[in-house]
Ligand binder design. Structure first.
Ligand SMILES: [Zn+2]
Length: 106
């Protein structure tokens, strides 16, 4: 599609997608904060103050998979997940512009 033939929304969505496609990290997964006890007898987690750990889950080729995220990477990985949602949203906007195009012709 020539840029001049694109709708404003499509042009803007494609521009916003560029950094994600070129260099921004993204990951399709659901992050869940899991609470657990470590087993040490005198640890605070035995008194109810449980340890937390970020777990990612995804369905890959129809199978569920999960992955523990190292503590020091938690914030970074949450950002990757946010980026994935942004990519999905932008792709959806572009897709909708073609949907509308076909609908108007019909
Ligand atoms: Zn503990």
């Amino acid at each position: 599609m020539r840029r001049s033939a694109m709708t404003k929304v499509e042009r803007e969505s494609r521009s916003q997608l560029k950094p994600y496609i070129s260099w921004k990290e993204f990951i399709r997964a659901t992050p869940t904060l899991r609470k657990q006890t470590c087993g040490k007898p005198n640890c605070k987690c035995q008194k109810g103050e449980k340890h937390t750990c970020l777990v990612l889950t995804r369905s890959h080729h129809g199978r569920p998979e999960q992955l523990y995220v190292p503590k020091e990477s938690e914030e970074m990985v949450k950002e990757w997940v946010k980026n994935y949602h942004a990519v999905k949203e932008l792709v959806e906007q572009i897709s909708s512009s073609y949907w509308e195009r076909l609908r108007k012709k019909g």
